[in-house]
Design a binder for this molecule. Structure first.
Ligand SMILES: [Ca+2]
Ligand SMILES: [Ca+2]
Ligand SMILES: [Ca+2]
Length: 843
């Protein structure tokens, strides 16, 4: 992609839409995507699909489809895309959509017409009777870009509200279209009725954001009435919806809309100057990456301004920009200002664009992990109250414990098989599980796999960096955590202990590892706010009427208890065994009893897992998921061998490791290199020498990244942005530098840090909450997301790629998890990267 210039599709000003070679409608300032992204993101309606409009650089509209609700929620049914046909000559795109549950197909035809795109909905068979009046064509508008703006409904003016407060009605549950796998998003409190939002306005022509040329979109229909709804009435992550109900009993063209997004004449997106919001140390390489609209001129120079003690700016450096080339739809230039070394406060100026300030000084990276370790991680401790100053982040969750999951499917991609693999009957209390552990992410389940990674990450932090930081008070007996209150015990030890307490309890009480401890009902899974209020804290008693309590106040008829998913997975037990071995080593001398329990479970699970795996192999009784994992484990076992050796110092593990590591490295050096580096600490010098050629090969890969993209680090293009991979990559390059400084320089680690702290596409905000000078990201997908807020120290997955050529990270709309959610495994991964990074830049 180097040296290509984006811009070959540029139209003349005022020209109408073209259908470009990336198969979307384009005119200057507006992209209209027709099913470049379909409704199959993994979590049902991800608000990322269908007809999407990228309007003056921001994806403000999506969800164009036949939908079965006025304001669809995440778990309402979404249509499958059966077919997508692009006709370049006719400038049209046609998609066929299908609802399998209702045997219901529809076709959507999008056709460019000058400055508008005409959308027609065709039916070959009438709307199924049961969906008559329910099925409609919907298009959704992003609230944070439209609220407080005006709309016109057939010229009647109105205001799009900042907060939802429109009218609703209730209807009989039998009239509610099916939801995902038959689950229900709502608790009807015994009324037998669901809530249905009523329209705010109905008209034939809507002008959305009539006061704002950047957001103004006109939607009109001659034949169909269009209604405006507020999706936030049912779910805080809902969007504004325009909708035309499909007429009953009709076939052929049933809906036709003309959509005309305003295009500001000659609009050119402002340059996005990527740089490190945290700043730079004087000696390091310093390169800003400037992202440019393909219609923008490339300027030959940029400036560094120094800001003095009177807030005056003077030019500290003016230098050449280097054109890198096109990467997807934008052009990129780099601006190297490494020669600026004098400590001080600076900003970057490129043409008319000036960044916020940043610092050059020796200590700029000193605090990059503090918010994560002092605030984000302890707030995600489960089964304990977490206080900070005047604020309780959450009370003690799930006091009633966990019950045995019945055979079932699940809404968060879990599954309970035909048998429970335990001595418990479905819905029976499994004692002892409501202790320790970490919330998975913006939700409140304990993902056992993630929690295992968390303990392993924290063990690495402890053993490699001896982080003795003590800012957190943890009392497991009181079940109380107080932030910013030192208690004489290093926090990392207490965090390891807290993770192990839950995982050991699983092994002891279930007999093996649970795949997850999660919600039993969907209507409390999407909980926002204090985790202690998700359930009523009382054990569920089916003999009591729903919504009542027993006379002694200890049991309740409300089915809100959390479930333990207990289908046995020997691979997970194997992973747990490895983690327990490592944890017991660290806990020895701090909590001897827990260390002993962990080691006991490690040995037992390891032995039983080997037997079970052998037995299943001979019976060919693996599920397909397990098969995948097994084939991966060819390498994964190598990592376990090193962990087990470190824990037990038994020579057999080292021998096993030696047997496998070279094959793994030959197979895929990038994949195996971290494990190979992990082992350096335990191996003789000859091992390191044998590893050297692989490090040289790895360096070739690292250098190739500068040709792949302008940022020079691996960029994930999946449906969940790549923050987790970014920090593991960063950790690996830090290790590689630590052991092979003559081959691997520090520049790769600096590039990774710069990306996390603001040098990336879309905007230049730091992806870590509160870390960075003027502009860390302001909103994240945490349990306080409904407040458009953040939990300090959270690292966002970050820059999400949308097909075919758009990167984005919303910072006014927290609800898209793939770009904004913090996970416990990701954030402990960030902690490791941050500490490793700080260590290598010390010398
Ligand atoms: Ca989860
Ligand atoms: Ca402490
Ligand atoms: Ca309960």
């Amino acid at each position: 992609m180097v040296l290509a210039v984006a811009g070959c599709n540029t139209q003349k000003e005022n020209a109408g839409f073209v259908l470009n070679d990336r198969e979307y409608f384009e005119r200057q300032g507006v992209n209209v995507l027709i099913y470049s992204n379909t409704f199959n993101g993994g979590f049902n309606d991800e608000k990322n699909s269908g007809i999407e409009i990228i309007h003056h650089g921001v994806r403000t509209v999506q969800g164009g489809a036949v939908r079965l609700n006025n304001t669809p929620e995440q778990w309402d049914l979404v249509p499958k895309t059966i077919e997508r046909k692009v006709d370049t000559d006719a400038k049209s795109i046609e998609v066929t959509l299908r609802y399998e549950d209702y045997d219901f197909n529809s076709r959507i035809v999008a056709q460019a017409e000058d400055n508008a795109v005409r959308i027609s909905v065709y039916l070959d068979n009438p709307v199924p009777e049961v969906l008559a009046g329910e099925a409609g064509f919907n298009l959704e508008f992003l609230p944070s870009q439209y609220w407080s703006k005006t709309y016109l409904a057939d010229n009647r003016p109105g205001l799009l509200p900042k907060y939802a407060a429109s009218a609703t009605t209730t209807r009989d549950n039998s009239q509610k279209p099916k939801q995902f796998k038959g689950f229900r998003t709502y608790d009807d409190r015994g009324t037998g009725k669901f809530v249905d939002p009523l329209p705010i306005e109905t008209a034939h022509t809507f002008v959305m954001a009539s006061d704002d040329p950047e957001r103004l979109i006109k939607v009109s229909s001659k034949e169909n009435e269009i209604s405006l709804y507020d999706g936030r009435m049912l779910a805080q992550n809902g969007w504004f919806v325009l909708r035309s109900v499909l007429p009953a009993g009709k076939t052929g063209k049933v809906v036709e809309w003309t959509i005309e997004p305003n295009a500001i004449e000659g609009w050119i997106r402002k340059p996005n100057i990527g740089f490190s919001q945290v700043g730079y140390i004087p000696s390091q390489p310093k390169t800003a990456v400037i992202e440019l609209d393909k219609n923008d001129k490339i300027l030959p120079t940029a400036k560094i301004l120094k800001i003095d003690e009177n807030a005056n700016e003077t030019i500290a450096y003016e230098g050449k920009t280097d054109f890198w080339g096109a990467y997807f739809k934008y052009n990129y230039v780099k601006f190297d200002f490494s020669t600026v070394k004098e400590p001080g406060v600076y900003c970057i100026e490129y043409g008319d664009t000036k960044t916020g300030h940043f610092i050059i000084n020796d200590n700029v990276y000193d605090k990059i992990t503090d918010a994560t370790s002092d605030i984000w991680i302890p707030i995600h401790m489960n089964h304990i109250t977490v206080n900070e100053g005047y604020r309780i982040w959450h009370g003690e969750p799930f006091k009633e414990g966990y019950i045995q999951a019945p055979p079932s499917d699940h809404f968060d991609l879990h599954h309970q098989g035909e048998t429970t693999d335990t001595k418990y009957k479905p819905y029976e209390l499994i004692p002892g599980l409501n202790v320790g552990g970490y919330f998975d992410a913006g939700d409140f389940d304990i993902e056992t796999g993630s929690n295992i990674s968390v303990v392993q990450n924290l063990v690495r932090v402890w053993e490699l960096f001896r982080s003795e930081r003590d800012e957190t008070f943890v009392d497991e007996k009181q079940r109380y955590v107080d932030l910013h209150r030192p208690d004489g015990v290093p926090d990392i030890l207490q965090y390891i202990e807290h993770g192990v307490l839950n995982l050991v309890a699983q092994a002891e009480n279930i007999g093996h590892m649970s795949s997850t401890l999660s919600n039993g009902v969907l209507d409390n899974y999407h909980h926002l706010g204090d985790a202690a209020s998700i359930t009523d804290g009382l054990h569920y008693d089916p003999s009591l009427p729903p919504y009542t309590k027993s006379a002694d106040g200890k049991r309740s008829g409300t089915k809100d208890d959390m479930w333990a998913f207990t289908t046995r997975n020997p691979m997970l037990d194997n992973r747990a065994a490895t983690m327990f071995a490592a944890a017991s080593r660290v806990l020895k001398g701090y909590n001897d009893d827990l260390a002993d329990r962990a080691l006991k479970q490690s040995k037992r699970l390891f032995k039983e897992a080997q037997e079970l795996i052998a037995k299943r192999r001979s019976n060919n009784r693996f599920t397909s998921g397990e098969h995948d994992e097994l084939s991966l484990r060819g390498f994964g076992d190598v990592a376990a061998d090193i962990q087990l050796y470190a824990a037990t110092h038994e020579q057999q593990y080292l021998d096993n490791f030696e047997k496998k590591i070279w094959r793994a490295l030959d197979n895929n050096v990038n994949y195996a290199i971290q494990t190979a580096l992990d082992a350096v600490a335990y191996m003789p010098d000859s091992y390191k020498e044998k590893l050297r050629p692989y490090i040289e090969k790895y360096k070739v890969y690292l250098d190739s990244l500068d040709i792949v993209n302008p940022y020079g680090i691996p960029i994930g293009l999946g449906n969940w942005a790549g923050g987790g991979q970014t920090v593991s990559y960063g950790t690996t390059v830090c290790y590689a530098h630590k052991y092979f400084p003559d081959i691997i320089g520090k520049e790769y680690a600096f590039k990774t840090a710069a990306w996390l702290f603001g040098c990336h596409p879309y905007h230049n905000y730091s992806l870590v909450a509160v870390v960075g000078a003027t502009r860390p990201k302001a909103v994240f997908y945490g349990n306080n997301r409904a407040d458009f807020s953040f939990i300090p120290g959270n690292m966002a997955p970050g820059i999400l790629f949308r097909k075919p050529d758009h990167f984005e990270n919303f910072d006014d709309w927290p609800f898209l998890w793939g770009q904004n959610e913090g996970t416990i495994a990701g954030n402990t991964g960030y902690l490791i990267f941050g500490l490793a990074f700080k260590e290598i830049i010390k010398d």
